[in-house]
Ligand binder design. Structure first.
Ligand code: NAP
Ligand code: COA
Length: 277
């Protein structure tokens, strides 16, 4: 595995990552571990979390055998462990936060990646369909930030929310997620202001369409994939690695004065999305 960052730039940090077993946020968790952080992977299903934690821990062992300057006691690749919790249940999250502190001693960084999505016309969306997505994406993000606050305050930590660009324009069949992610952006900016005074940085990444992810499978039917790709100024779908790199940067000391930012990582897609030519 190779990284474009200096070895161990997040060494010593502890990260609590919701949605950290799969897809984009699974990649982010692995990249943060590769940068040296210990990571707690949190979601509903151990079937998602355990293979992801195992892959990180195996890569850690491999990095020990190839690295020169890192002893077994002081490796540059972080460790992972899996905890089941539903972000909709504050008591689950409080237990997961406590389990992470028990295991790794503290929490410095929270990554809120847990989300739910499906395509549905607004007029066909049930109250529970709308509410379920808002409960996971927006209220879940709040539940995690709230439960982690004491740790983040103590450690002058940071929050990285995974948002989207859907709500920048009116995206059909995405009313529920657009509403939820608009809320996530509001929460990002508001907490940046309120918690900045404790030294807590709060930022977000807004990915565009990222190839080979559950989100793409659910949202972009195969026949329109090519058309969508042609509308992206950089001419390709995003890679999970593109989001990983943005996340490592925002979580590193290189971003020490960045607070309240929503970093769009979409190849210029949303800016061009409403243009016919
Ligand atoms: P994904 O792999 O399905 O990630 C969603 C994760 O959320 C899963 O790991 C899932 O794990 C977890 N999750 C769902 N409900 C949960 C709950 N109630 N409590 C705890 N964890 C829960 O999808 P993805 O496409 O990589 O998306 C990752 C993030 O990127 C999301 O925030 C999404 O909105 C955002 N995003 C994606 C794209 C894209 O192109 N894919 C574009 C823009 C934004 P469990 O099933 O184990 O709970
Ligand atoms: N179209 C319309 N409504 C839908 C739907 C769809 N495709 N899928 C679910 N819903 C509605 C359900 O009908 C239900 O509403 P109702 O009680 O009025 O019928 C409501 O949403 C909740 O569904 P349920 O299946 O009970 O929710 P859940 O908590 O088990 O799962 C989801 C949450 C629906 C978001 C599920 O898709 C999920 O777990 N997603 C995680 C992975 C993901 O979405 N990844 C992509 C991230 S970008």
């Amino acid at each position: 595995m190779s990284t474009i960052f200096v070895d161990g730039i997040l060494k010593g940090r502890v990260v609590f990552v919701t949605g950290g077993g799969t897809g984009i946020t699974g990649g982010v968790a692995r990249a943060l571990a590769e940068a040296g952080a210990n990571v707690a992977l949190v979601s509903r299903s151990l079937e998602h979390l355990e293979p992801a934690a195992k892959a990180i821990n195996e890569a850690r062992v491999r990095s020990l055998s190839v690295s020169q300057g890192n002893s077994a006691e002081n490796p540059s690749f972080g460790e992972a462990f899996a905890i089941t919790a539903d972000v909709r249940k504050p008591e689950d999250i409080e237990k997961a936060i406590a389990a992470t502190v028990d295991r790794f001693g503290k929490i410095d960084i929270v990554v809120n990646g847990a989300a739910g999505n499906f395509l549905c016309k607004a007029e066909e969306l049930s109250p529970n369909g709308f509410g379920t997505v808002v409960d996971i994406d927006l209220k879940g993000t709040f539940n995690v930030c709230r439960a982690a606050f004491d740790q983040l305050k103590q450690n002058r930590g940071q929050i990285l929310n995974i948002s989207a660009t859907l709500h920048y324009l009116g995206t059909p069949m995405q009313l529920h997620v657009s509403a939820a992610k608009a809320g996530v952006d509001a929460l990002t900016r508001n907490l940046a202001v309120e918690w900045g005074r404790y030294g807590i940085r709060v930022n977000a990444i807004a990915p565009g369409p990222i190839g080979d992810t559950e989100g793409m499978k659910r949202l972009v039917p195969e026949p329109i994939k090519e058309k969508l790709k042609q509308r992206i100024p950089l001419g390709r779908f995003g890679l999970i690695e593109d989001i990983e790199n943005a996340a490592v940067f925002l979580c590193s000391d290189a971003a020490n004065y960045i607070n309240g930012a929503v970093l769009v990582v979409d190849g210029g897609h949303w800016l061009a999305a409403n243009r016919l030519i």
